[in-house]
Design a protein around this ligand. Structure first.
Ligand code: 5GP
Length: 131
């Protein structure tokens, strides 16, 4: 199992933001900004564009619902949706609450948050998602 599958299965701890039977969302451990969230399919698939049309449609619908929760929990101008990176071989969407486009610069230094800060943000997003 890859690391994100283990996270979705609860074998590796994460700050859960949202879930359903098919998809899981959790805070990125190296966030660009507070509320930087990763959305993944539970199914092991590396490349997002290898997903079938109906699966990718459900993935987007789930990500949209998570983005609405992220925006409510972390007020921002817009939530950016970004798919990039080669680090983890498991499809993932980055949702990044942004005040300006500079917030979505992956080369900038990542935030260091405490466990309490991570937990508070994730709980807020989760409660918005459950509304
Ligand atoms: P990418 O493949 O998009 O370049 O990088 C994967 C993203 O997942 C990075 O933003 C990284 O911080 C995040 N990430 C990698 N390993 C973990 C992990 O074990 N837990 C969490 N919460 N995020 C991770």
């Amino acid at each position: 199992m890859d690391i994100f599958s283990k996270i979705a299965a609860g074998e590796i701890p994460s700050y859960k933001c949202a879930e359903n039977d098919e998809f899981y969302a959790f805070l990125d451990i190296n966030p660009l900004v507070k509320g930087h969230t990763l959305v993944i399919p539970r199914r092991e698939v590396d490349y997002i564009f290898d997903m079938e049309d109906d699966e990718i449609a459900r993935f987007q619908q789930f990500a949209k619902k998570v983005a609405v929760a992220v925006k409510a929990a972390c007020p921002c101008v817009k939530v950016a949706e970004v798919v990039l990176g080669l680090e983890v071989p498991h499809a993932h969407i980055h949702l990044i609450p942004m005040q300006s486009e500079a917030d979505v610069d992956f080369r900038k230094e990542k935030l260091k948050l405490t466990e309490e800060e991570f937990k508070a943000i994730a709980d807020k997003i989760y409660s918005e998602f459950k509304k």
